[in-house]
Each structure stands twice: as C-alpha cells, then as structure tokens.
Design a protein around this ligand. Structure first.
Ligand code: TUI
Length: 312
C-alpha cells in the first residue's frame, strides 16, 4: 500500500492516461479490473455521451475509476456538474486551470487530480484542494508543456505535500521504478494502453505505435503555443513546414480539427493526428490491459531488487 493506492482504493499505483477518443469505457473498465485506475476521457464530447460511458463502465466493473476532463472543452461547466451528479470517484484534468471547480467537486466527494506541467500550477492546485497531482513531462503524447519528466517530477515533489503521480515517457517497470526514485507515488501510463487489446483504436494506429522507435515522435505547434506530441507522418510534415512559414494560429487550429478522430476511428495514419509519447518505442505488442499492468508491477519490483546491492 502506498499513498495513492490507499487514496484511490486501487491495488496498484498505476493510472491510465485520459486520452480523447481512445479512453472509452471498455479500456477504462479493463484497467480498473486489472487493479489500476481506468479513466474515461471526456475529450471534446458532450455530457450525454460521457454519462453513457460512465454507466456502461459501471455495468462492467464495480472498481474505482476516473473521468478525464479536458478543460478546453466548451461544455466543461456541464461536464463538471455531471461528475458531481454521477458521484464519479476521481477526475483528472488537463490543458487548463482546474482551480475554480475543485471546491464544489470535493464537497460532492469527487477526488480531483489535475495534470500539471509545472511546479507553480501544482502548488496552485494543492491550495485549491486537489488530493494529488499528475506531473506530466513533455515526453508524453498529446498536448504537452515544456519541462521533461526527469527534472519536472522532483521539482513538483518538492513544491507540494500532496502525492505526485509521474507521467510522460513511462511505459514499463523500469520507467515506473525510476519515477518512484524521483519521489512519485504513482505513475500515469498513456501510450502503452493505446495498443491494449481492449481499445477501440484502429489497428493501423496501434501498428504505428508498435512499430515506432525512439525518435519517431515530434512536437508540433510549438510556434503557436499549443505543442502536441504525435508520431511523425505526412500531416506533421505539412504542419511543421507551415509553422516555419509562420502560419496564422487560427488557421493552424483549423488544420487540426478532426485529425485525432481521423487517426483513432478512421485509421488514417497519413493525415490523422497519431498522438503518442516518446515511449512508443518501448511498446512491442498488443496486450490485454491487465497483462500490461502485471508486467509493469513485476518489472518495477525486479528493477528495484536488481539495484538493492548496488546502492548498499
Ligand atoms: O491535456 C493533456 N494532454 C492532451 S489534451 C488533448 S486534446 C487536444 N487536442 C488537440 C489539441 C490540443 C489538445 C490531447 N492531449 N495533458 C495534460 C497537460 N496539461 N499537459 C499540459 C497541460 C497544461 C498546459 C498549460 C496545463 C495547464 C496549462 O496552463 C494553465 C494555466 O492556467 O497556467
């Protein structure tokens, strides 16, 4: 037992990343049944859709689960109300400021765990009443900050007294053990779960992750202030050349509309947005979520044991 397993009522300190389109109830239920914290991603969806997902998950498992709220969703206020009405055990939040929602969620018994990319935002969230924070380094897939996981995690650990969960670049037991060494009390894993057997993700997208090596991702959108890490393809080549030309940020955002859906649902690996972290190179095959969790836990213990003598 550690802070996070006790706090969330789960067996292993492993959270599944909140990935728009990818993290629906099937994956989340499989992760929660496997002893981690499965998370339904609300992404850009409306409250009715998310309510349906929550109910379908609850039919599959009675284990704790979470919902990820992407704060740029225009319906964020309604989604937060849904979290309260449905008494969702845990929410994680990303891509914005969670502050003003924490008090009412907490009063309703919803545990709030913001994803942060800086120590300053971690501190602010602690002050507002977050029960933990996820420190996500820019090795992660999707929308990212500037700081990398290795320096970010210990700085967030030093800045707050609530438990810190590490994210970004972690896909196996070695990465998880390293995160604990930095002071984290849990890990959040995204990319490896995209290739889980249970996901609704198009096979061609999963194959791109499985086939990726260490330098196959790139952060697009740095020039417009919205960096997003994805696997390189025709879309990223076009985006990066437009960025070099100094594309208008509004036109840039328009180029991206619908591209994540194109990748996940349509399997368009050329012009879809193949969001994935740098750990894609560590993902070797499709596996059931519960098996992924077991491998990470076993690997983490073996890593720790193998260094026990070394550190004496
Ligand atoms: O949110 C994520 N990852 C995401 S969200 C997403 S949906 C999307 N799709 C296309 C374009 C943009 C978004 C895909 N991946 N991770 C958590 C995260 N939050 N990473 C970075 C941040 C962050 C960045 C700045 C959080 C807060 C922030 O500033 C807030 C403030 O008020 O200072």
């Amino acid at each position: 037992m550690n802070d996070i397993t006790e706090l969330l009522g789960i067996k292993y300190p492993i959270l599944q990343g909140g990935m728009a389109w990818v993290a629906e109830h099937t994956l989340a239920a499989a992760v929660s049944s496997g002893g981690g914290l499965g998370i339904i991603a609300a992404g850009g969806a409306d409250p009715d859709f998310v309510m349906g997902e929550i109910r379908k998950l609850r039919e599959k498992t009675d284990k704790p689960f979470g919902v990820n709220i992407m704060l740029m969703n225009p319906l964020v206020d309604d989604l937060m109300q849904l979290m309260i009405d449905e008494k969702v055990p845990v929410i994680t939040t990303g891509a914005g400021n969670t502050g003003k929602y924490i008090e009412s969620l907490t009063a309703a018994g919803v545990k709030v765990i913001p994803v942060v990319a800086s120590a300053a935002l971690a501190k602010r969230n602690e002050r507002y009443g977050a029960v933990a924070v996820i420190a996500e380094g820019s090795e992660a897939g999707g929308h990212i900050g500037e700081a990398n996981t290795m320096p970010l995690v210990p700085q967030v650990v030093d800045a707050v007294s609530i438990p810190v969960i590490a994210a970004g670049g972690i896909a196996d037991g070695r990465g998880a053990a390293a995160a604990f060494m930095l002071g984290a009390k849990g890990v959040q894993i995204g990319t490896r779960f995209v290739a889980a057997t249970e996901t609704v993700v198009a096979q061609s997208y999963k194959d791109k992750i499985i086939g990726a090596s260490d330098n196959d991702t790139v952060a697009t959108g740095r020039s417009t202030g919205h960096p997003v890490r994805v696997i390189k393809n025709k879309l990223t080549r076009e985006i990066l050349s437009r960025e070099k030309e100094g594309v208008d940020p509004e036109e840039f955002e328009e180029m991206l509309i619908g591209t994540l859906r194109k990748a996940v649902v349509d399997g368009d690996v050329d012009y879809g947005s193949l969001m994935a972290g740098q750990s894609a190179g560590l993902v070797k095959r499709m596996q059931p979520a519960a098996e992924i969790i077991q491998e990470i836990v076993t690997g983490m213990r073996e890593t720790y044991q193998s260094y026990a003598d070394y550190f004496k």
